[in-house]
Write a protein that binds this ligand. Structure first.
Ligand code: GLA
Length: 382
């Protein structure tokens, strides 16, 4: 991958470029909690978006993608969003950095990634993050990692159309090898949690399904949660987000909100608690309990938050019945993508085979296992 990027750069541009990487992420538990200002438990992975880039002394940004075999050019002052969907991540990030008052000149860049697209492991956040990290360094912008995470998040809001939380960008920037990050999305305080369970492996199974409604449904879930908060605020004026709401408060006003809003809110409150309980279990090395919380998370995501799909439910069910599996759930925004499974090392092969067979037999589809290790956050490579 890095060789391809270097060759492309030489082929299309003249100057020597610097090479940057920003990883995708997994999330052990705590889904759809970030934009509700709760907790998440992600980790960066050993798969990244890469950008080789050099300033070109003009006002024009040229970005080449070997994957699409396409070059997109725009002026730093352009207000028209480029047509090519993939290039919006770079254009949008430039605009967000400018909105922070940063002065950005023209540049030549090659971008490529070894993160499977659409698998729910945040290739898009990695793309904006690598752009932010590269431009921050190249033009000496002086932004810190938190500012870069927020700029990436805003790029998704304004130029991709997903009102995402901060988890993905944060994990891509703050990850460390062998460690998960317990992030409080309200205070933005975080702790690194060592995660290298003896005899267990994280296995990701990609359904290779991506529903076209994923981003609009994501925004609707967020709106449902906001509707719940707006209603409860009438009785509890101090409430700013679902983080401030207890199950008792929600139950007391259950009949005043729609069943859908009730389900969405109760899922988020429960998911936050599951995460805190899972962290306590992790501290004790009690992976069996961690796994049970993962099952609980999937059940809520599927039945209450309704962001799963038949493909995810099927392989999660196979996992839950498999003797060698401790925990399994869908991961990320949902409506496709992958499951994250906590599996006994010696059972991994058999487990993957069992899922593949069932998936193929029942749905006539291929399942793609993705091997990941918990890696470090965004960085300069050379
Ligand atoms: C996507 C978003 C994140 C988060 C997850 C669900 O990955 O980008 O901010 O909301 O979905 O937990």
């Amino acid at each position: 991958m890095l060789e391809i990027i270097r060759q492309c750069f030489k082929q299309h541009f003249t100057a020597n470029g610097k090479l940057y990487a920003a990883p995708g992420r997994i999330n052990l538990i705590g889904e759809h909690t970030d934009y509700n200002l709760g907790f998440v438990l992600p980790g960066a992975i050993d798969k990244s978006f890469y950008m080789m880039v050099a300033p070109n002394g003009t006002q024009v940004c040229n970005v080449f993608s070997p994957h699409f075999n396409a070059m997109v050019s725009f002026n730093v002052d352009d207000t028209d969003i480029p047509e090519a969907q993939w290039s919006r991540y770079v254009y949008g990030e430039v605009k967000e950095l400018q909105a922070l008052g940063c002065k950005i000149g023209g540049f030549d860049a090659v971008v490529a990634s070894d993160i499977p697209i659409g698998a729910g492991i945040s290739s898009s956040a990695a793309f904006t993050t690598v752009t932010g990290v590269a431009l921050n360094d190249l033009f000496d912008l002086g932004l810190n990692r938190m500012q870069l995470a927020k700029a990436g998040q805003m790029c998704e809001h304004h130029y991709v159309g997903v009102r995402c939380g901060i988890m993905d960008q944060f994990a891509s920037l703050h990850g460390e090898e062998g460690k998960l990050i317990r992030l409080d999305c309200r205070s933005l305080e975080y702790q690194l949690v060592p995660f290298s369970p003896q005899g267990l492996k994280i296995v990701l199974l990609d359904t290779l399904v991506k529903h076209s409604l994923a981003s609009s449904e994501y925004n609707l879930r967020r709106a449902d949660c906001e509707a719940g908060v707006a209603h409860l605020k009438q009785s509890y004026p101090h409430i700013e987000s679902l983080r401030d709401v207890t199950m008792e408060m929600l139950e007391a006003h259950r009949s005043e909100v729609t069943p859908v809003v009730y389900n969405r809110c109760s899922f988020v409150i429960e998911e936050n608690q599951r995460l805190l309980d899972a962290c306590a279990a992790l501290e004790q090395g009690d992976y069996k309990s961690v796994g049970l919380y993962m099952y609980g998370s999937h059940h809520g995501l599927s039945k209450k938050y309704e962001v799963s799909c038949p493909e995810l439910d099927l392989i999660q069910e196979v996992a839950q019945k498999h003797d060698g599996v401790l925990g399994a759930r869908m991961m990320g925004g949902g409506f496709g993508g992958c499951t994250i499974n906590l599996v006994q090392e010696e059972a991994v092969e058999d487990f993957i085979l069992a899922c593949k067979e069932r998936y193929n037999k029942k749905l006539w589809k291929e399942l793609r296992p993705i091997e990941v290790a918990i890696g470090s956050g965004a960085r300069i490579i050379s």
